[in-house]
Design a protein around this ligand. Structure first.
Ligand SMILES: [Zn+2]
Length: 192
């Protein structure tokens, strides 16, 4: 089974979708239909959105964030399974000149919201089956909290980017310095 083939692009869509909302502020890049159209264009999806897709995609975004956020394998599997049922991700064989025999997971006639739900659910199913939840994460920085896929060799990434990792080490260093200063300060305080 070509796990990467079926998981790669849909899981990337999931990351981009989760990150349309900044959970550390009020920023939400998916409030209106034009926002959704922009998202679709940016990630290279060919299905055009309609007004009713906005609610479906926004709800899907919340469900996907929960999958990236949990370390509990049973919970994560349950969340993926629920999306598979909700969006009728049923496999069927397709054969075309470009790709040869491959599998589609989305029903034939679909709105964007259901198409996106069906393929992200199926992509995450393959990803979790192959790699568990360890490589799906939410950035550990309190100022970020973006979803990411850990592609490092050892799979021990806590931050979405070198920028967040650097900022966290600078903050930790400053905290240690402050703690050092204040404990030295206590030592010099006169006794009552
Ligand atoms: Zn980050």
């Amino acid at each position: 089974m070509r796990f990467d083939y079926y998981a790669g692009e849909p899981v990337t869509y999931a990351v981009h979708l989760v990150n349309t909302r900044d959970s550390t502020s009020d920023r939400d890049d998916l409030r209106t239909l034009p926002d959704l159209q922009r998202f679709v264009t940016e990630v290279g999806i060919q299905v055009a959105p309609e007004a009713h897709d906005l609610r479906v995609v926004r709800n899907l975004r919340d469900d996907l964030r929960a999958i990236f956020a949990t370390d509990d394998l049973g919970l994560g599997m349950g969340l993926v399974n629920r999306l598979l049922v909700q969006f009728n991700s049923a496999p069927r064989l397709v054969n075309d000149a470009e790709l040869g025999i491959h599998i589609h997971f989305e029903p034939v006639h679909l709105s964007l919201g259901h198409w996106l739900g069906a393929i992200t659910a199926a992509g995450l199913m393959f990803h979790v089956c192959d790699q568990g939840l360890d490589r799906l994460g939410i950035c550990a920085s309190d100022k970020c909290k973006r979803a990411f896929i850990d592609t490092t060799k050892n799979g021990r990434k806590f931050y979405c980017s070198p920028r967040c990792s650097h900022r966290a080490s600078v903050e930790a260093f400053r905290l240690r310095q402050n703690e050092g200063n204040s404990s030295r300060g206590h030592q010099h305080q006169p006794r009552a």
